[in-house]
Design a protein around this ligand. Sequence first.
Ligand SMILES: Nc1ncnc2c1ncn2[C@@H]1O[C@H](COP(=O)(O)OP(=O)(O)OP(=O)(O)O)[C@@H](O)[C@H]1O
Ligand SMILES: [Mg+2]
Length: 247
Amino acid sequence: MTAQKTSIIEWVDIGVAGLEDFIPGIPKGDAILVRGEPGTGKTIVCLQFLYKGAKNGEKCLYITTEETPESIMRTGGELWSDFPQLVSNGMIKLVNMSISAEYANDYGLLEKAEAMTIAEKGFATQPGATRIVIDSLSSLDQRLSNSDEFREVFMKLLLETKQQGSTVLLTAEGIPLTPDITEYLVDHLVYLDYRKQDTEWTRVFILRKSRSVPLKPQILKLYIEKGGLSVEETPFALNPVWFQSKI
Ligand SMILES: Nc1ncnc2c1ncn2[C@@H]1O[C@H](COP(=O)(O)OP(=O)(O)OP(=O)(O)O)[C@@H](O)[C@H]1O
Ligand SMILES: [Mg+2]
């Protein structure tokens, strides 16, 4: 059963197969934050989001603050054989804000103005991008020479992508016990985590908040396989793997 679509909202399919059974999509132009521990699938959700857009003929932009563009390309190429072609034909542009890029500071630390200049140059390489990824906010935060400035950089990036009308997907490390500003300011919040049944571990996808979207909160089982991501309902109860997990 596919979720009901209303006529006033223009829905964006983020590309996760099976999600259409639970929500009609994400309203176009909204900001989505994907949070989770290392290795839970945040970067692959970003790649899937852009891959889906590029295959639809949309211009896409990936700002990487953590992995190098080479590593992003390698993962994308492993998942979809035509991913490199979507990059070479310009449907997906990669902007390097990882430690492998050149900065004024020898140690790769960034001033807020430099961070914004790189991001803006990135936006200019893909004018009219309808899908933008910033992966990850946590690395950006850690690499700012003055981490008090993170809030300003985050808000400016959010505002600029909103003004462009782009749907933006951001990632951040971990699931904090107390929600922070990033979780309140975005329109949609996804948690990725591990759960277990007996001794078997599974990846889970939790749509935690979704503005304007009829949402029945539930834990979905997440699969990462060649060809992309998919979710399905869990027919059994799953226990948290990490005791300190808030979900
Ligand atoms: N081609 C592939 N096929 C199947 N699974 C894969 C493939 N590539 C990666 N994975 C799995 O997907 C997992 C999630 O990777 P991903 O890079 O998205 O995690 P992440 O949440 O971004 O981690 P980090 O916090 O370290 O950035 C990897 O740990 C790996 O097990
Ligand atoms: Mg990642």
